[in-house]
Design a protein around this ligand. Structure first.
Ligand code: AMP
Ligand code: ZN
Ligand code: FE
Ligand code: FE
Length: 283
């Protein structure tokens, strides 16, 4: 019994539709799949319907970027139901800030002599969260760059001329909103925090656990099997559930396979039961 608790669909920056993602999960023999698109639950109803048909469990979720000085702190929020709620409401703010930012990026590109319309960018997305990957795709279509990697390297990555920063929630605020929404906050891919020492990582986990963090992504698409036991031990030390997922994006990150990542996850189904118990304990 294996599960995958971190994936993206075409409702954000994955290439598979929610239905195709679920079909692939069933093919891989997964018993449960979490859809965790960036800042949006838009793919959840479609994925849920497909999962019910395929006989696998769909856990609704999102991935949110947080304020953090290092490379990036992301929170995967599991069991977040579409509809009204504290965190669900904040997702609306994040979408509005994304739209404002996309307009600024397009303005910058125009100033750089690369005219592009916001409509062309939005046409690259199928609703949901629109962001830099869609700007990159529109730039490729215009023939401004050979591929999306070049678009990021030359224009869109942090520090490049068309880069515009965006609004992010503070870690404590996001965790609190998740808990108030009866959802489970999990710290995603801790390696992107840019922390080198175990002592420093322990300090961060202590801070986030005190804020109510429930899980730590110990199994990840690019983590070697060897490094994981240390991460699991660290999670247990702070009472965190060792969660995990591939961070599958379909053909946009072709080396990451659903359910197994680059090096072979798998995430045991028992993790999901522990996370479910954590939600139950809070309700
Ligand atoms: P956004 O949420 O609009 O800031 O876009 C972030 C997404 O852009 C990430 O999830 C990646 O999929 C993609 N991305 C970020 N940096 C790069 C890069 N240097 N090269 C290619 N894709 C990137
Ligand atoms: Zn992504
Ligand atoms: Fe992430
Ligand atoms: Fe992700």
């Amino acid at each position: 019994m294996a599960v995958d608790l971190h994936t993206h669909s075409s409702a954000s920056d994955g290439s598979d539709t929610p239905e195709a993602l679920v079909a692939r999960a069933a093919e891989q023999g997964l018993t449960a799949l979490a859809l965790t698109d960036h800042d949006t639950l838009e793919g959840v109803p479609r994925a849920g319907a497909a999962a019910a048909e395929a006989g696998i469990e769909l856990i609704p979720g999102v991935e949110i970027s947080l304020e953090w000085p290092g490379r990036g702190m992301h929170l995967v929020v599991l069991f977040l139901q579409p509809g009204e709620g504290p965190l669900q409401g904040r997702l609306g703010d994040l979408q509005r800030s994304r739209r404002a930012r996309n307009r600024l990026i397009v303005e910058r590109l125009c100033e750089l002599g690369l005219p592009l319309s916001i409509e062309e960018v939005e046409a690259q997305a199928s609703g949901g969260s629109v962001g830099r990957p869609h700007v990159a795709a529109a730039m490729v279509e215009r023939g401004y760059v050979v591929d999306p990697v070049a678009a990021f390297d030359l224009y869109l990555a942090a520090g490049r001329p068309a880069y515009v920063d965006r609004f992010r929630l503070e870690p404590e605020e996001a965790i609190e909103l998740a808990l108030r929404s009866a959802a489970v906050p999990v710290l995603a891919h801790p390696h992107t925090l840019g922390i080198d020492t175990r002592a420093e990582m322990a300090g961060v986990l202590e801070r986030l656990a005190a804020a109510g963090l429930i899980g730590l992504e110990c199994h990840y698409g690019t983590y070697e099997r060897d490094g994981r036991s240390g991460m699991v031990a660290l999670a247990r030390r702070f009472g965190l559930v060792p969660s995990g997922g591939s961070d599958y994006h379909g053909r946009f990150k072709p080396d990451i396979r659903l359910g197994s990542g680059r090096v072979g996850l798998p995430v045991p189904g028992s993790v999901l039961e522990e996370l479910r118990a954590a939600v139950g304990a809070r309700l």
